[in-house]
Design a protein around this ligand. Structure first.
Ligand SMILES: [Ca+2]
Ligand SMILES: [Ca+2]
Ligand SMILES: [Ca+2]
Length: 198
């Protein structure tokens, strides 16, 4: 017959062992999603060219797209996130400004794309922690305000958008280290019981 006091101590040790096991299962994982032509106004890579409609878009043809974030096991927190956008004919040198927003158009300005005349280049933005809550919710919208600076009249084509999220998750299946720690905990309980401390 275990006394109430012993039961309490036993539960305390059990909770301690469980806490050690859980913390040992934290994994830092990277999630990546690449959006291409099948998701919207991204260039297909064939058929109509980089400077043809509907791919090549101008200042009054701003648009938005959505990235999804799904993690398995479920993320418990985001460490960092980036978006890398591959674009054609950004014309940075001649004053074209194609601004990227997180949270859709009207959201948080991430900055302008950077790129050459009549060629492709990828611009990467570190997403601010203010976007992490939306990502944890499963998705984040993005928008491009095309040719928003001094009038240039030149368009831009997007080839792809890549979301990369580094996050922490806790595994349901114990890692080897956790099994070892759990075993030590069970051993500790046995030892305490033999010492009549529990
Ligand atoms: Ca615009
Ligand atoms: Ca150009
Ligand atoms: Ca251009």
């Amino acid at each position: 017959m275990i006394s109430m006091e012993k039961m309490k101590r036993l539960l305390t040790v059990a909770a301690f062992v469980l806490a050690i096991s859980s913390s040992a299962n934290a994994d830092v994982t990277t999630y990546m999603e690449v959006l291409t032509y099948d998701t919207g106004y991204f260039w297909e890579g064939s058929g109509a060219g980089e400077k043809d409609t509907p791919n090549f878009r101008f200042r009054d043809q701003d648009w938005e797209w959505t990235h999804t974030f799904s993690s398995s096991p479920a993320a418990t927190g985001i460490v960092s996130a980036t978006i890398a956008i591959n674009a054609y004919d950004v014309d940075t040198a001649t004053g074209e400004v194609d601004n990227i927003y997180a949270g859709g158009l009207g959201g948080t300005l991430q900055g302008p794309l950077v790129g050459p005349n009549s060629d492709w280049q990828t611009t990467t933005f570190d997403l601010p922690s203010s976007t992490f809550a939306a990502l944890m919710g499963g998705s984040l919208d993005f928008g491009i305000d095309i040719d928003t600076g001094t009038v240039n009249g030149s368009g831009v084509t997007l080839g792809s958008s890549t979301l990369t999220v580094t996050y922490v998750a806790y595994n349901a299946t114990p890692a080897p280290g956790a099994v070892l720690l759990g075993g030590l905990g069970v051993g500790l309980v046995g030892w305490l019981r033999r010492r009549k401390l529990l």
